[in-house]
Design a protein around this ligand. Structure first.
Ligand code: TXA
Ligand code: MG
Length: 327
């Protein structure tokens, strides 16, 4: 990447970053999930800059971010009861809800869809920024299309360079994995993307849900494309805990609790305590680290398929799919 964006400390940089948003610029900002690449969601030209900066296909709709749950009704009017229930229960938080696109939001934001994805991030600086800008903020993850999501300001600077005007540095993100996307407009809520809000929490609030990742967006939803969230280094999922093959290839290992035996060139452990929340928070950072070591292959073991572990495994399968035939 050529050039560097302006990096501002999140506590003192809000006013300046908000004015960049208001004047059509791009601001990368921390949320509780990952860093977002924000633009004024009411301004089609600003939104267009997001697609350009990310090299994101125009069929991949953006999530609109609000400062406060009360803003939802002001923007879209009355929402279906289950949508309202979920917003009330989980906002601010890592849950994105699908609603009808209001006329104020230009079609480019939703890639022409009649629906809009929207959430209120649970992050002091993100909400302060949106409130100060005084407009809804369209923001995908602040990475180039298909690449690892950023959980630190440095990841954004490295990945996006001067394609973004300002990076608001608020330190590492707490959840480390993107929001869960739910379409609760119909009879039974449908999970379109597994994410930081666990299925168990959703079901406790609204009863049984259908999980159908791969059905958001058009023609498919991006964070749900088979190959996505990928490091540059080929990545392979291995459940066995086998040592690296002695074929001269330097390999890195991404372990859940402890490294498999053997001569790994680099090792990252997601959570020695076996805590899935900690593992999610470390996931993309660990992959960025392994990617930077220059190993020939990254071997990863899946984590237990429960709670946020489901979303971790989902991201790992998609990262691996870039290098293996997608199913
Ligand atoms: O945690 C997050 O959600 C982060 C932070 C920055 O908020 N954002 C994020 O955005 O992950 P992005 O663009 O990387 O992923 C947005 C996902 C895409 O898979 C997109 O297809 C889906 O949301 N999406 C957006 N609008 C939609 C809609 N109207 N219907 C279905 N899916 C939609
Ligand atoms: Mg993304």
């Amino acid at each position: 990447m050529t050039g560097s964006p302006r990096v501002l400390a999140a506590d003192s940089g809000i006013a300046e970053a908000a004015s960049v948003l208001r004047t059509g610029g791009l601001v990368a900002f921390p949320t509780e999930t990952v860093y977002g690449l924000g633009a004024n969601a009411l301004d089609p030209r600003a939104a267009a800059r997001i697609f350009e900066a990310k090299a994101r296909p125009s069929f991949d709709p953006l999530i609109t971010h609000l400062a406060d749950a009360a803003e939802l009704e002001k923007l879209v009017g009355v929402v279906p009861p289950a949508v309202a229930t979920l917003a009330e229960r989980f906002w601010p938080g890592p849950l994105t809800l699908i609603v009808d696109r209001p006329a104020a939001i230009p079609p480019i934001v939703t890639s022409g869809l009649a629906t809009m994805a929207v959430r209120v991030p649970d992050h002091t600086y993100a909400r302060a920024l949106i409130a100060e800008a005084g407009v809804p903020v369209a923001a995908p993850s602040a990475n180039r299309f298909g690449q690892l999501s950023p959980t630190r300001a440095e990841h954004v600077v490295r990945g996006m360079g001067s394609a973004v005007d300002v990076v608001l540095d608020g330190g590492p993100t707490r959840c480390g994995i993107e929001s869960t996307i739910v379409d609760a407009r119909g009879e039974r809520p449908v999970v379109l993307r597994l994410g930081a809000l666990p299925l168990e929490a959703l079901e406790e609030a609204v009863g049984p849900v259908t999980v159908r990742p791969g059905s958001s967006g058009q023609p498919v939803a991006p964070g749900t494309l088979a190959a996505h969230y990928a490091p540059r280094t080929p990545l392979r999922l291995a459940s066995g805990g086998e040592p690296p093959a002695a074929d001269g290839v330097r390999r890195g290992f991404l372990a859940f609790r402890e490294p498999a035996a053997g001569d790994w060139a680099a090792v990252e452990v997601l959570s020695a305590a076996g805590d899935l929340t900690e593992a999610a928070a470390r996931l993309f950072d660990a992959l960025h680290e392994l990617d930077a070591t220059g190993v020939g292959e990254i071997v990863v073991e899946p984590v237990p398929e429960v709670g946020v572990g489901r979303a971790i495994n989902d991201r790992l399968r998609r990262a691996a799919a870039t290098w293996q035939p997608a199913d």
